[in-house]
Design a protein around this ligand. Structure first.
Ligand code: ZN
Length: 409
């Protein structure tokens, strides 16, 4: 959460309130807050007369791109729209901060899109008409650490084959929840291990929703889902960077570096160290099947799969990558393949590349392992909780086909 109210507010309000008193039309005043989990808004000015709020994301740039925003509104007059004028922060290009449609909720849990905003220069304007005096508005549908805890707990409570566990305590002492799913026989040391990670970049909330959609499908009645449960062991971490998700910071390019660039032999983040340790335990048993790292891409990007290029993996691994890609293309026809290769042969570029999640896992895994980064689009018409979860379901179908394919991992 990042809350800060700048000047303007206290000067404007008494005049407006006085006028309202004189005309006998005093009503509840519009209030904006962000002092809650994942909240982030720096209010620059509120014009009570026109219900117009000028604001910007409040993230600490040392904790990543300040593009995530999430605020609560109280005291809105339902007879008139509330107008939000969103400014982007100078540290970052505006497109990362300004979705075409914002996420809107009247209960803080069910999220829909607003009407498209209007961009004029460096300001995006969203007009919200709602019968509710209290509502929430955000960059995208929020998914907090508490949401992750509640979700893994409910899945583990409802399904005996699912277990919740704490991946670790974060550097700031937060519990990082995770799920392990495996049903019946064969014994775990024969099952391919599947690792799904999300939110190594805190603002990329879609990753958590894709992971959630995948889990919802995996524990359900679909025959393909049951097959995965009975033949693989699946680990899901819905939020890796619990600290920056909790404080409403962006995470990407955080100091000293972000989670996705922390995959070395001496990781800075406890979550990365814990995930590495558990993945390596699966690797030691010779059964590491797949790692998928879930992200959100740029504003106008299609679904993107970052693939380690064929000249950097074995021929057999390249063949497995191709098989996974063609299965994913059946479900996601507009999938774009992006080479995840070092920028150059310079030692610093090589080191930088090796510290990325997918290349690290690939380099520390078994011969049959494949390892990708999947970026799910977030700008309209994508970016609703339904479309994110649908991507998770599609991913499940692809994983089942891949695992059952001609060559067993
Ligand atoms: Zn990312």
């Amino acid at each position: 959460m990042r809350a800060n109210v700048m000047g303007g507010f206290s000067r404007v309000l008494p005049v407006a309130a006085l006028l309202a008193l004189q005309t006998g039309s005093l009503r509840a005043e519009l209030r904006i807050s962000s002092d809650f989990e994942s909240g982030s808004a720096q209010v620059i000015e509120i014009d009570q007369a026109t219900q117009t709020v000028l604001f910007q994301p409040a993230g600490d740039a040392a904790r990543g791109w300040p593009n995530w925003w999430f605020l609560r509104v109280d005291g809105a007059d339902p007879q008139r729209p509330v107008v939000f004028k969103l400014r982007s922060r100078p540290e970052i290009a505006a497109s990362w901060t300004m979705p075409l449609r914002a996420a809107f909720s009247t209960n803080g849990t069910t999220w829909v899109h607003t009407a498209p905003g209007e961009r004029r220069g460096a300001v995006e304007t969203y007009r919200v008409s709602t019968p509710s005096a209290t509502f929430w508005l955000a960059w995208g549908p929020p998914f907090t650490v508490s949401d992750a805890k509640a979700f893994v707990h409910s899945v583990a409570t409802e399904h005996s084959f699912a277990k919740e566990f704490e991946l670790c305590k974060s550097l700031e002492g937060r519990s990082v929840p995770a799920l392990q799913i495996a049903e019946g026989n064969p014994p775990d040391d024969k099952r391919p291990g599947i690792w799904i990670l999300a939110r190594q970049h805190a603002w990329e909330v879609g990753g958590s929703w894709v992971a959630r959609g995948f889990v919802e499908w995996l524990v359900g009645s679909d025959e393909s889902a049951r097959w995965i449960r009975q033949h693989a062991e699946v680990f899901v971490v819905p939020i890796m960077d619990a600290d920056r998700v909790a404080t409403g910071d962006g995470g990407k390019n955080s100091q000293p570096h972000d989670h996705n660039r922390d995959w070395t032999e001496t990781p800075h983040y406890v979550e990365v160290a814990a995930a590495q340790k558990q993945i390596q335990s699966v690797v030691r048993q010779g059964r590491m099947g797949m790692m998928l790292d879930l992200h959100n891409p740029g504003a106008g990007s299609p679904p993107e799969l970052y693939v380690i290029p064929g000249n950097l993996v074995s021929t057999a691994t390249a063949g497995r990558q191709d098989r996974f890609i063609s299965l994913l293309r059946e479900q996601v026809p507009d999938l774009k393949i992006v080479d995840e290769h070092p920028r150059s042969d310079a030692p610093e570029d090589q080191t930088r590349w090796r510290s990325l999640t997918a290349p690290w896992v690939q380099a520390h895994a078994n011969p049959q392992t494949i390892s990708f980064t999947l970026e799910t689009p977030w700008n309209a018409p994508h970016g609703t909780t339904e479309s994110y979860r649908e991507m998770g379901r599609k991913l499940g179908l692809v994983i089942e086909k891949y695992l059952r394919g001609p060559e067993k991992p």
